[in-house]
Every structure is written in C-alpha cells, then in structure tokens.
Design a protein around this ligand. Structure first.
Ligand code: HEM
Length: 455
C-alpha cells in the first residue's frame, strides 16, 4: 500500500477518512476548521446516498477556491437551473461531436499516431510521460470542443495544458485547503494568487479561440461544442430572449471545465497504466500476448474491447488502484435529509469517499494490490463490478465517462501494441514508486519510463 505523505493533502485527507471510517462506521462528521463535513464511506453507503437518494446528495459544494476558479459559471462548480442546462447541453454535444457515435473513436484514432511518433522519438531512452500523454488526451476534448486538434508544438496549446496541470496541483495543495476553511487568509496565500492568475490567463486564451471560431461560424455546419453554443445563443437572442443561460461566462467556463476535467483525469490514468505495466512486467506480458493474439498488428477499434477481456480488466484495475479522485468532488445536501437514521441539514458538505469504495474490503478480494482478476471470471471473461465507482455515481456522475473509457482503451492498447514499457536502466521494478503526488487528483509521482519499440 502507499505511504502517506503530508504534502499530498487530498490523499492524506482521504486516507485519514478511510481510517476513521474503520473506527466510526460508514457515516461520520469531521471538522475542517469551522466547517462541518459529512463523510460517506464504503460501497453500500456511498451508493445509497448518490444513487438511491440522488436528489438529496446531488448538489456541489462550491468552496471559496472553487468559486474563484469558475465564478459561479460552467458545469463543475455550479448548482440549480444553470448547472442543469449546461450539463445537459454538454452531454448532448459530447454525444453529437464525440461520445457514442463514430465521431470520438475517429478522433482518438487520428491522435494515436501522433502520440506514437512522440514516444518513438525517445528511441527507447528514459523520459517523463506527462507531456506527451496529456497533450494527446487533451487533443481529443479539444477536437470535440473547438472542432480541431492542436499541434503538440503550438505554444498556446502547451501553455493551456501546463496551466490546467498546475491548477490541479494548486487546488489540492495544503494552503488552498486552508483557504477553503479560513477564506480571510486569501491575501497571504501565494498558491491562490497563482491559481487566480492561471484562471485569468486561461480565460483570455479561450476568449481568443472563441473569437476565431465566431468569425468563421457557419450555423449549418457546427464544428464542435463552441459552435453549437454560439448558434444556440444567437437563436435565443434573435427570438428576444436575452437572459438565458447561454451567455459568454457559461460558455468560457464550460469550455474550461471540459478541457480541464478531460485532460488531467484521463491523462494521469493513462500514465498510471503505463507505470503499472513497467512495475508488473508479467501483467504487461499477458496484455501484449492478448493483443498480439486477438488484434495482431492492425489498429485496435472500440468493438475489439469485448474480445480483449484481460486488457479491459487491466484498465479497470488501473483505475481502481489509481483512485485518481479519492473524494470525488465534494457535494452538498440539496435539502434537509434523513440518512441511515441521521439528520443532515440542507447545505451540509458531503464527501463521497470514492477511495473507500474502490478499496472496500467487503467488495474486493485484495483491495490494496494490483490484481486484474478483480474484473475476470474463472473462464477469463470480463466481469463488471458494481463497486467500480471511479467515475462516481448519481446526479453528478462524471459526464465524460463514456469518452474517457474509449480514450483509455484505444490509447492503452495502441501503446502496448507498439511499445514495451520498462523502468530506466539501473532502476528496478521494485524501485518504481506508486505514491501519488500532491494534487486535487492523484497523479503518479514524477518518474521516467523507457518505451522500447516492439515492431
Ligand atoms: C465529474 C472522474 C474524465 C468531465 C467527475 C467526477 C469524477 C470524475 C469522480 C466527480 C463526480 C461527483 O461529483 O460525484 C473522472 C475520471 C475520468 C474523467 C476518473 C477519466 C479517467 C472526464 C472527461 C471529461 C470529464 C474526459 C470531459 C468530457 C467531467 C465534468 C464533471 C466531471 C464536466 C462535472 C460533472 C458535474 O458536476 O455535473 N469526473 N472523469 N471527465 N467530469 Fe470526469
């Protein structure tokens, strides 16, 4: 299991909460400074709250840092009718320009050779996987949002990806957590100044990109989410409705949410997958054997997933162990709630402790080890597990789940088909560290891998 480091605040708090749940049960209150937070632990309790009482537990806790981040607009850190409309609109557009249809599969398959080319340039020498992987996954959501991918050398694009990565680290830092508890500390917190500057810079960059799309907008041929939003806004304005939710701030912050949530999460999960393959070469052997046997050298497609049960199990097990969103994103109760005999007031912060679900020892045979058999039956077929809640559940369930699953499958299989991943020379598999690094989501700690071409 992973040692706890204080630097990793979110990880520290979630690990501590898991330990508390062993002592106090599956529902308990903690005080973060003056703030009371109800923690829900274990599969049964988290499911009961998020799924069976979805309305009650379905609002977002908009902490001071979350407010600074999105100023009350967009999808991630909003509630009420505006959230409902923006979430619905984003889902429809992900479906139209990405998820579900051929669209996103094609976009991912178009991106795969670019990622392979970058990895090949390292010629088997050790390198940090962060940039290349994050650029590739970010281009998928970019293609859906803006209608086209970016070159990996485009400074505008690389700057945006770097800023998103930095923001995730800042939001999870101890000083920002302190700010959430004691907002009056704001002026003395350097990480907050840095976060606000990043948010302002990102906003300016998005404004420029949107301006370019506005100039070339063709209402009869939407290229992506932005076009679709602009057309809807224009139509509403033409019909005299000037006070709709389709305004510039909702557009800019929804773009920011999709780009941010779509880059960091999928990118770090894929990096966890490559790291785990280097750490457990016998599992990598089995993935590569399955891919060679079933696919050979042709490009893997989404429809191949059902014929690659072992690889699919490895991807799920990576997500389970990587546990990249250990506390989901905090919720609040939308009304007074009675839950498992406890009264919880409207507006109380609630943490659905996803880590305690993904490592629930009532649900998983070996919760703390990397064991793809968690998702395999005795005949080697893939089995779905209800306690696989990496994307959360209920009203706030990740809206990019379908897209993320497709990306993880296609990028992972394509990379494993092409490269053998191993620790740098002089580093043993045992030396590869699985301690997550500081951040709001759990990234692998800085490390290097070798990607040796198999063809
Ligand atoms: C929310 C996980 C990829 C967009 C969330 C939440 C989790 C999560 C745990 C919080 C749910 C809650 O509050 O209970 C993941 C993981 C991913 C991933 C593990 C990849 C491996 C993506 C992608 C997108 C995306 C690719 C972009 C399309 C969002 C958005 C929300 C969200 C917009 C906020 C939903 C809301 O507040 O209504 N995700 N996500 N995610 N995710 Fe993802």
């Amino acid at each position: 299991s992973r040692p706890v480091t204080l630097g990793s605040m979110v990880y520290f708090m979630s690990t501590l909460s898991v330990q508390l749940s062993k002592k106090y049960g599956s529902i308990f209150t903690v005080h973060f400074g003056p703030k009371k937070v109800v923690v829900l632990a274990g599969y049964k309790t988290v499911k009961q709250a998020l799924v069976n009482q979805a309305e009650d537990f379905g609002d977002r806790d908009i902490t001071p840092a979350f407010y600074d981040f999105n100023q009350g607009h967009g999808i991630l850190f909003t509630n009420g009718d505006s959230w409902k409309e923006m979430r619905r609109f984003a889902l429809t557009n992900l479906r139209d320009f990405g998820m579900g249809k051929k669209g996103s599969e094609e976009k991912i398959l178009e991106e795969v050779p670019y990622l392979i080319e970058v990895l090949e340039k390292h010629e088997g020498k050790a390198f940090d996987t962060t940039q290349s992987v994050h650029h590739a996954v970010s281009n998928i959501i970019s293609a859906i949002v803006y209608g086209s991918r970016f070159e990996y050398t485009d400074p505008l694009f690389t700057g945006m990806v770097d800023r998103v990565n930095e923001n995730v680290h800042l939001i999870g830092s101890a000083s920002i957590q302190m700010y959430n508890m004691f907002p009056w500390l704001g002026p003395w917190i350097n990480n907050l100044t840095r976060l606000k500057k990043n948010v302002a810079d990102l906003k300016m960059e998005v404004i420029e990109l949107v301006r370019g799309l506005k100039e070339t907008l063709n209402p009869h041929m939407c290229r992506g989410f932005v076009d679709s939003f602009l057309v809807r806004k224009q139509t509403l304005e033409e019909s005299g409705k000037m006070d709709s939710f389709y305004h510039d701030d909702n557009l800019l912050f929804s773009i920011g949410n999709l780009f941010g949530a779509g880059t960091d999460t999928t990118g770090s999960t894929l990096r966890w997958g490559l790291l785990l393959m280097a750490k457990y070469p016998h599992i990598q052997d089995q993935v590569q054997e399955e891919i060679s046997r079933v696919i050979g050298s042709r490009q893997t497609l989404v429809e191949d997933r059902k014929n690659l049960p072992y690889t699919d199990a490895v991807i799920h097990e990576t997500q389970r162990l990587a546990n990249i969103a250990p506390m989901a994103v905090p919720h609040t109760t939308s009304r007074d709630v009675t839950f498992q005999g406890y009264f919880i007031k409207k507006g109380t912060s609630v943490i659905p402790l996803l880590m305690s679900v993904l490592q629930d020892d009532n649900e998983w045979e070996s919760p703390n080890t990397f064991n793809p058999s968690h998702f395999l039956d005795e005949q080697g077929g893939f089995v779905k597990r209800d306690a696989f809640m990496a994307f959360s559940a209920g009203r706030r369930v990740c809206l990019g789940e379908g897209l993320a699953r497709m990306e993880l499958f296609l990028f992972f299989t394509s990379l494993l088909q092409r490269f053998r991943f191993s620790p740098p020379p002089g580093v043993t598999e045992d030396d590869l560290d699985l301690t997550p690094s500081v951040g709001f989501t759990l990234h692998p700690s800085p490390h290097q891998l070798c990607a040796v071409s198999r063809v």
